[in-house]
Design a protein around this ligand. Structure first.
Ligand code: Z5A
Length: 206
């Protein structure tokens, strides 16, 4: 089973992914966790280009999509697909929906073209379940601003508002896959809801 965590910066994706991994492992499941962009040597190098460069010297919007897609192709072929074949539950911090939210919603690139690129990168691998941790943009950035600020986080507030709106539109268009959660709820409450949904899904899958 392939499960992804999505949402704006500081929404609590990494926190919830770790809690779900611990719970599933304690129940005896084999779990593999990974993240984007990164998770492979090529992906980690691409991450440096994407997040470390400043606004002027960094990739243009079309190059940005292609770099995220290249990192994802490596991750799918070298990490995610092999783990799924071995019967692992794979938990991934960000995936295709991030590209649609940030590069279509935030950057304004054409949806049909970005969808084709992401489909090519993943070979059509779609998550079985996605948790979208939805959070007011200012609240998310405030949670993050105490640490190092990367190139995407330096974008205008309106960019992040568009990202959030795109995420919510995606969730409306795929209610069977994307579960929207209010990320202001306490960490343990969110973890309980997420665990319940995953256990239901595992039971449905037999
Ligand atoms: N990006 C893109 O543009 N296109 C793509 O295709 C992909 C990515 C794949 C990756 O950043 C950047 O790349 C990201 C999108 C873009 N842009 N930005 N900006 P990243 O991987 O370095 O980081 P991130 O994914 O944006 O965020 P994060 O740091 O991993 O945040 P998080 O995982 O959502 O949150 P967290 O680390 O679990 O928690 C943050 C803090 O909040 C921490 O102090 C927690 O203790 C606290 N927290 C967590 N949950 C709660 C609750 N429920 N209440 C209160 N406090 C909480």
């Amino acid at each position: 089973m392939f499960i992804t965590f999505e949402g704006p910066e500081g929404a609590g994706k990494t926190t919830q992914l770790g809690l779900l991994r611990d719970r599933l492992e304690s129940d005896g499941w084999n779990v593999l966790t990974t993240f984007e962009p990164g998770g492979t040597p090529v992906g980690d190098a691409i991450r440096q280009i994407l997040l470390a460069s400043d606004r002027d010297s960094g990739p243009v919007a079309r190059a940005e999509v292609l770099l995220f897609a290249a990192a994802r192709a490596q991750l799918v072929d070298q990490v995610i697909a092999p783990a799924l074949r071995r019967g692992y539950i794979v938990l991934c911090d960000r995936y295709n929906d991030s590209t649609l939210a940030y590069q279509v919603g935030g950057r304004g690139l054409p949806r049909d073209q970005v969808e084709k690129v992401t489909r090519f990168a993943t070979g059509g691998l779609v998550p079985d379940l996605t948790f979208l941790l939805d959070l007011d943009v200012r609240a998310g950035l405030a949670r993050k601003r105490s640490t190092t600020v990367d190139r995407m986080e330096r974008e205008e507030l309106s960019f992040h508002e568009h990202v959030r709106a795109e995420y919510l539109a995606l969730a409306r268009s795929e209610p069977g896959r994307i579960v929207v959660l209010d990320a202001t709820r306490p960490i343990d409450e969110l973890a309980a809801v997420i665990t319940r949904r995953v256990i239901e899904k595992l039971r449905d899958a037999g």
